[in-house]
Design a protein around this ligand. Sequence first.
Ligand code: SF4
Length: 301
Amino acid sequence: MTDKRFYLEALGIPLWLPRPNHPSLTREGHTDDHSPRPLMEEASEVRASDSPPPPAAKRPEMRADTDSPPDDWIPPMDDDWEPVFESDDNDLAPAPPMSRETRIARMDWEGLKAEARQCAACELCATRTQVVFGVGDHQAEWLVIGEAPGADEDRQGEPFVGRAGKLLNPMLLAIGLQREQVYIANILKCRPPQNREPTPAEAAQCRPFLQRQIELIQPRIILAVGRIAAQNLLETDTQIGKLRGRVHRFGASRIPLVVTYHPAYLLRSPREKRKAWDDLRLARRTLATEPLGPARRSIDP
Ligand code: SF4
């Protein structure tokens, strides 16, 4: 019995033992009340009866030419039997826990949305009405990224639906895009109280969601709307006036990124709308000259 176990362990094959209620456990002399004993107790007793058990360091050597596993080691394919996995403690060392970032980075749309909905990674979970995940075409060429939900977005669960959103829609139309043709998201998925700016810690906690959205969408261009979005995406504290007017590159895929003013700012400073129009035209020109990436080539005919 003992040698058999060593053979099986050496081969990485689990030992199969009958389940507690298996008829083979109620053999003569086993128990008076016919109730089976636990498997491990049974196994250790059988081992104790072998004399003497070889020390762990002196397991029988297996010679490929002469030694072979016992003929009866093949597990019976029977529901009444179950495998007993035995191994050195080192082999059973638990895998290190997966980080939150790694977990999120492997999610599909459904998993990502579900994870965001129950997210409590920053304190904004306590004050939000609901998570504002993002909206639009999952295969959009254009990805519009703003700052964070406001009161209207928090109430309706969709980004850019307040007054600023009502200006964003005609801005997109001006370059030939329906709102449904783009994907719209924010740096933060939950509303900061009193519409204050996101803190760096909040933005960092929320970043894996947006990062995964970008990976899933694989947009051909990103329009960063407003200073907060631009500074977070480009990881800079440069003022927006110096960031707009040129094409940046985002991430390892080097997605072209154009910065423009937030519609909320344009509502307060309508004279700046001309600059925003210039930004949109720059983005459109960039997209027209940008070669399709490998992933896009497999999507588009
Ligand atoms: S803002 Fe982002 S990180 Fe913070 S609770 Fe909401 S989803 Fe989670």
